[in-house]
Write a protein that binds this ligand. Structure first.
Ligand code: SF4
Ligand code: SF4
Length: 258
């Protein structure tokens, strides 16, 4: 049994199917009878990069987006708070972004929505540290996309769904949160900082630029003025800061204040 088959939640495990010859049949478009059926009753975890992209799509600060559209959950067995998209309080727990014409945040839809009908497991190679991936199909009974004639390789699907950038950003964050010392749990002081620097980048921007941060720390290799303006540079800075704050390592260095 592969890692994903043994560690996936039971609900998903029963629907996983191996991709036998490296390709699969699937298409999703407004013509399928189940169109938008999958955008309901979801436990949709958001990564920090998902939060950033969705907030920008909706012209909201990350703080406003988190307040309006998410719940904070602590998943069973996890020492860390996670952010879930809050479904609407209707009888079908509908995603707040679904419309009869499809997803209204399609260009910046979350990683999980892009990845379906695949499930991705990733781990680091023990010796050289590169990310190893494996993919399965998640076969939902209601999903008629599998009846469509279009075939894809995994690589074609990743490219078509714009997943490379999401994987790269999500991998950088996963690298930190799966560190054995982080998995042991965080202190009460560390948790609010972890949440802010992971998910609430606009508040993190205030922490960096409206405090004495730059008097106290150097960040090797980061152009701080670019971080002020460019969300992706700020995202990288937030991960560097968390690496220092939680693990005492990385490019953030206390300034010599003698
Ligand atoms: S259930 Fe499948 S085919 Fe139908 S809308 Fe969702 S992903 Fe597309
Ligand atoms: S974000 Fe878009 S694709 Fe994802 S569940 Fe909501 S409506 Fe569907």
């Amino acid at each position: 049994m592969d890692e994903i088959e043994s560690t996936a939640p039971q609900k998903i495990r029963d629907r996983l199917k191996r991709i036998e010859d490296g390709s699969f049949r699937f298409a999703c478009h407004p013509g399928v009878s189940c169109f938008t059926e999958c955008c309901r009753d979801l436990n949709l975890m958001l990564t920090p990069y998902d939060v950033l992209r969705l907030s920008r799509h909706l012209s909201l600060s990350t703080t406003e987006f988190l307040d309006r559209y998410t719940d904070v959950v602590v998943a069973e067995g996890s020492p860390l708070p996670s952010v879930c998209l809050m479904m609407q309080e209707d009888s079908r727990r509908t995603c707040p972004f679904v419309t009869p014409a499809g997803c209204r945040v399609y260009g910046d839809r979350p990683s999980a929505c892009r990845t379906y009908p695949l499930a991705r497991a990733s781990r680091k190679h023990r010796v050289h540290g590169t990310v190893l991936e494996s993919y399965y199909l998640v076969v939902e009974d209601h999903c008629r996309g599998f009846d469509e004639p279009r075939t894809w390789t995994i690589e074609e699907w990743i490219a078509d769904q714009g997943l490379e950038e999401y994987h790269r950003r999500n991998n950088d964050w996963m690298d930190l949160v799966t560190h054995p010392r982080v998995r042991q749990g965080l202190t009460e002081k560390q948790i609010p900082m972890y949440y802010m620097a992971s998910y609430d980048l606009d508040r993190f921007r205030g922490f960096i630029f409206e405090s004495r941060f730059q008097e106290m720390f150097d960040v090797v290799g980061t152009d701080m003025e670019r971080a002020r303006e460019d969300d992706t540079v700020l995202y990288e800075l937030a991960l560097s800061w968390l690496r220092f704050f939680l693990l005492g390592e990385g490019p953030v260095r206390p300034k010599d204040r003698r």
